[in-house]
Design a protein. Structure first.
Length: 232
């Protein structure tokens, strides 16, 4: 019993520590702003710590000679921001895959080890404790998948995030073809924030739920139509 207690604490400690590192969204580009001349410098360091106040860009934008110059600034700024968000999302997507895989592999291997240890030990009391640790670990892992990821697989979440981000990116590109009167700076910034948010697990879960609800509504309407056709 004295030996089993630190084993249990170690197993659950490693699991909890690993789960605490699971991210559900990319690193936030704090102010979503970056003056043009600092973009190259920022790409070589941490984006979240090299951004500068929005007022810097707003000032240059306001002082632009005309709408054509403002459009050029807006578009350059938008593409810089898109690049920053894409860089953070790319890292997040890779981490999401690897972190969830490591979590599941740890639980599986630990379960195998606990089962093997319970098999070779001759004490029924020890077997019971090892089985309890195994059950608790599997339950904790299932709880994370249920409550954090809503039982959705990694690829399903990533595919939804990619689809949502692509839809918003298209909206941004269409906007950038417009004059600043039709697609002002604030609208561009709003869409960039939406683009960032679409690359999160929370956003993907909401989108997947909406798709399921729309599909259910479609099927229900089809069923009702079929029933009415039979009645006639």
């Amino acid at each position: 019993m004295t030996i089993l207690r630190p084993i249990a604490c170690t197993v659950f400690g490693i699991f909890i520590s690993g789960c605490s590192e699971l991210r559900t969204k990319p690193a936030y580009v704090k102010t979503l702003v970056l003056p043009m001349h600092n973009f190259e410098r920022a790409e070589k360091s941490k984006i979240a710590t090299t951004t500068e106040p929005l007022e810097n860009f707003r000032d240059a934008y306001a002082k632009a000679a005309d709408d054509a110059a403002r459009k050029q600034l807006r578009n350059r700024y938008a593409f810089n921001l898109l690049g920053m968000v894409d860089a953070e999302y790319s890292d997040f997507e890779k981490d999401l895959r690897s972190d969830r895989a490591r979590k599941d592999v740890f639980v599986d291997w630990t379960s195998i080890a606990l089962t093997a240890a319970a098999t070779v030990t001759g004490t029924s009391h020890v077997k019971t404790i090892l089985a309890a640790i195994d059950t608790g670990l599997k339950g904790a892992n299932a709880s994370v998948d249920k409550n954090v990821f809503q039982q959705k697989g990694t690829e399903s979440l990533i595919n939804q995030m990619r689809a949502d981000r692509a839809a918003i990116a298209d909206r941004i590109y269409v906007g950038l073809n417009k004059e600043v009167v039709a697609y002002p700076l604030e609208a561009m910034l709003r869409d960039i924030v939406a683009y960032y948010s679409a690359g999160s697990v929370t956003s993907a879960l909401v989108s997947l739920a909406n798709v399921s609800a729309a599909e259910a509504d479609k099927n229900e309407k089809a069923a009702n139509t079929s029933v009415k056709a039979i009645a006639q």
